[in-house]
Write a protein that binds this ligand. Structure first.
Ligand SMILES: C[S@@+](CC[C@H](N)C(=O)[O-])C[C@H]1O[C@@H](n2cnc3c(N)ncnc32)[C@H](O)[C@@H]1O
Length: 410
């Protein structure tokens, strides 16, 4: 029996803007509504209302700048919402998103907007693909179901080749529910992470026989750590002149060239004024912390999963700063922060603003909405001024975008 709604239950909208996976539509009444489904700004669509959201049923009139989506999985895969638009248009939309969100949520009227740096390539840029596996199939999830794919055009060539080689093995009985393939910067080596147990028959042997695969790690149960079961547990990543011996399950930027541009720009901005002591919050393995050592006399990176050595501190930043002498006993003139999508807790922003009181804050964000909210907290009562902002597209074809913002103490 068909479950599609009767035509009378359908409403129409013009798609205006990109959101966080959904598209913002405007109904003929002027009402705005978030719409779920493969549509892009400029489309006139029909949708079925589901509470406060709409589910796309058809595109009546496509946007004039639409192109056929290059990936054959576009209609079902939830990954690449912007693919039917030319890449230049995708970048325009992301740039507008950053500027408009800073104005609307942050209340920032004037700042030096340096534009959005586009990716030199629009496909084949990712150094990591993270895929779900279920019932002999592999693909991405929309939060409910697995949407199978044969290939993913976002991955670099080595990852796509390895995926093609390992995929047939997953049709045998096994307990794997997630597969991550990651390459090191020179793309000569790759590491495979699997979640679940047991492995499919022949999987370990296939990894061992492939000269491009330098290591395989497994997390049998969700609460277990990853164990390296074959080869080396690390990959060598080079970024802004620093070599990172990265554990294959640690966070690292997924677009090598654009990450280079992002870190380099942050370093250029940092180098504009002298810096004694730099504190890097949400530092990860030190993508920003370690290059910053060339510009600051003293550095400290804090993260739940930090880099190794004396320049790093392992701590939970979900609420506030840890009470640690290494933080307390120093005057920090620059704070760099790169939190996850949810941004920084209000209390953590307040501690940076009122206790650490750095001369400059460099904020790197993957979510314009939480960036705008946090910047407005720093700029409360004009304590800081938003001086400069630049966008970086590390995620072509998707709505995701990175932003670098510089605040100076008034
Ligand atoms: C967007 S990444 C940035 C990492 C790093 N700056 C880089 O560019 O590689 C966010 C980082 O926040 C860390 N993180 C997430 N939640 C955290 C928490 N509650 N406390 C401390 N660190 C956390 C993650 O481990 C991750 O390294």
């Amino acid at each position: 029996m068909s479950t599609s709604p009767p035509p009378s239950a359908l409403e129409t909208a013009e798609i205006l803007d990109i959101g966080d996976g959904l598209m913002l539509g405007q109904c003929p009444s002027g009402e705005k509504i978030w719409i779920d489904g493969p549509c892009v700004p400029g489309d006139s669509v029909r949708f079925h209302r589901n509470g406060k959201r709409g589910t796309l049923t058809q595109v009546d009139t496509p946007a004039t700048d639409r192109r056929p989506a290059p990936c054959p999985h576009f209609d079902t895969c939830p990954g690449c919402t912007l693919q039917p638009l030319p890449y230049e248009r995708q970048c325009e939309l992301k740039a507008e998103k950053i500027v408009q969100t800073l104005r609307r949520i942050g209340g920032f009227k004037e700042f030096d907007w340096r534009g959005l740096r586009a990716s030199p390539e629009e496909f084949g840029t990712r150094n990591k693909l993270d895929l779900q596996v279920s019932g002999g199939q592999i693909g991405y999830t929309n939060g409910r179901d697995l949407l199978p794919i044969e290939d993913c055009m976002l991955g670099n060539d080595v990852i796509r080749d390895i995926l093609a080689a390992l995929k047939p093995l997953l049709t045998a009985p096994h307990g794997i529910h997630r597969l991550t393939i990651r390459t090191q910067t020179d793309r000569t080596q790759a590491h495979i992470l699997v979640r679940g147990t047991p492995l499919p028959e022949g999987f370990l042997e296939a990894c061992a026989a492939d000269p491009r695969i330098s290591g395989l790690s497994q997390q049998p149960q969700k609460t277990d750590p990853y164990h390296c079961i074959l080869g080396s547990p690390t990959l060598s990543m080079r970024l802004a002149g620093v070599d990172h011996d990265l554990r294959a399950d640690a966070f690292f930027q997924v677009h090598d060239q654009q990450a280079e541009a992002l870190v380099q720009t942050a370093m250029d901005w940092l180098a504009e004024s002298p810096c004694q002591n730099l504190l890097d919050l949400f530092s990860g393995a030190g993508a920003f912390t370690l290059p910053a050592a060339r510009h600051a006399q003293h550095i400290l990176g804090i993260d739940a999963v930090p880099g190794s050595g004396p320049d790093f501190l392992a701590a939970d930043l979900s609420k506030d700063l840890p009470d640690d002498a290494r933080i307390r006993d120093r005057a920090w003139d620059v704070v760099l922060t790169d939190p996850p999508r949810d941004g920084m807790e209000k209390r953590l922003c307040k501690q940076v603003r009122d206790q650490l009181r750095p001369e400059r804050i460099l904020y790197i964000s993957c979510n314009p909405a939480t960036l705008a909210r946090d910047l407005s907290r720093f700029c409360h009562e004009d304590i800081y001024k938003l001086q400069r902002v630049q966008g970086f597209d590390l995620f072509p074809q998707t709505h995701h975008v990175e932003t670098l913002a510089l605040l100076v103490r008034a």
